[in-house]
Design a protein around this ligand. Structure first.
Ligand code: ZN
Ligand code: ZN
Length: 207
């Protein structure tokens, strides 16, 4: 069972979170794309460039406090922004994907700091309009909330096993299925591709 096969679950309802993510990834119509500044992989150079960028946007105070570090303990996370400390940590594995990915991640995290700085005491959504605006100003228009780089994820044990009552296909899962799910192959073969209760996956065990 690989992650592709997980896609073979025919779920009755489209996941709420999926719809929210695609709505948030919609292009930003009014924000003009700006040229991306060339940043290198050198942390001192990255810091200088990031500070210069912040100063051109009028955020001298934030620029002076800014810190950037590599954190080799990061796994699937590309970068993190700690707004209270004006600190950005970057995953050194990003270097395997070229300096453009380092730049993109740095600007993504810098946009979090910039949005938070501007919001002051107001609470803002992590990847809301303030962050999207900051991304556009930093030369990162249409940035997504999550990266799609093949960074290693923690191996999670798939403890929940389901079986199709018809074709006997077994489907192991990390988390239990929250919605009625049917075997996609059988739904396609015998129900024109729509959800059919006859092929509803049955739970076998939880280790
Ligand atoms: Zn983010
Ligand atoms: Zn089946």
């Amino acid at each position: 069972m690989n992650s592709d096969q997980l896609g073979h679950l025919n779920q009755k309802m489209q996941s709420q979170s999926q719809r929210q993510i695609s709505a948030q990834a919609a292009p930003l119509g009014s924000m003009e794309p700006q040229p991306r500044p060339p940043l290198s992989a050198d942390i001192g150079a990255l810091l200088e460039e990031a500070r210069t960028l912040l100063k051109t946007l009028g955020c001298t105070q934030l620029a002076d406090r800014l810190e950037i570090r590599w954190n080799s303990r990061m796994r699937s996370t590309a970068g993190t922004a700690f707004a209270g400390r004006a600190l950005i940590t970057l995953n050194p594995r990003l270097l395997e994907f070229g300096t453009a990915e380092v730049t993109r991640t740095l600007l993504h995290e810098l946009a979090h700091l910039l949005a938070h700085h501007r919001a002051g005491r107001h609470r803002i959504a992590a990847h809301g309009v303030e962050w999207q605006q900051a991304c556009a100003e930093l030369g990162l228009p249409g940035e997504k909330r999550c990266h799609d780089l093949p960074l290693p994820r923690r191996k999670l044990e798939r403890r929940h096993v389901y079986r199709c009552p018809h074709c006997k296909l077994e489907v192991p899962r990390v988390k239990p299925l929250r919605r009625k799910s049917a075997c996609l192959a059988c739904c396609r073969a015998h129900a024109g591709g729509s959800y059919d209760e006859r092929f509803r996956l049955v739970k076998l065990q939880a280790k």
